[in-house]
Write a protein that binds this ligand. Sequence first.
Ligand SMILES: C[S@@+](CC[C@H](N)C(=O)[O-])C[C@H]1O[C@@H](n2cnc3c(N)ncnc32)[C@H](O)[C@@H]1O
Length: 201
Amino acid sequence: MSEIKKINDFCFDETTENILHELEKTRTDFWNLDRQSANFLNTLIKINNSKNVLEIGTSNGYSGIWILKALKETNGKLTTIEFWEKRQSVARKNFQICCPETKVEPKIGSAIVVLEDILDEINAGKREKFDFVFIDANKKEYISYFNLIDKMITKNGIILADNILSHYEKVQDYVENLFSREDYQSQILELGTGMMLSRRN
Ligand SMILES: C[S@@+](CC[C@H](N)C(=O)[O-])C[C@H]1O[C@@H](n2cnc3c(N)ncnc32)[C@H](O)[C@@H]1O
């Protein structure tokens, strides 16, 4: 039996699809989401009408393009963190070509340090809390990211974390912590490398 098609080959304009298809050729080198997971991320942001999205782990901007395409519809903004400057400069170029009209704040640095700075800004009233967070960086640090994100996510905010099933040992403390929290409703999805979807009640 031929393989069942799971996702459209074309979701966006030709320029964007050309770049996405190019990035898909090297996705294992840059640890990008697969297209089906990226489409889910895009759809979820639109369903939730999220306007202030944080991404931890920009890489070359593949998932960021899908996020920005959703934010164009919700009229929102993306803040995205990456410690590898060269990768993020590729991402910036991709964002500029595919989504020139959507606001993006790329942050260079180690995720925990950048998150601490962002939290200081939120506490000082200089920045809004996030209504959607996508976690896709150092698996061993997911729990530390969460301890900071917990203080900067809105009520009804969504956290989506990737590589939950592929790297379960490394993210187990994150998973167990979320499942123990009565103020979050969580579920693991067998999508791509396994995603944990959590909603702050
Ligand atoms: C799985 S890739 C992100 C893929 C991207 N979300 C996508 O789907 O296109 C993880 C990225 O996080 C970055 N990273 C890993 N640990 C980090 C840390 N502690 N702080 C900031 N960035 C980190 C890596 O350099 C890498 O580019």
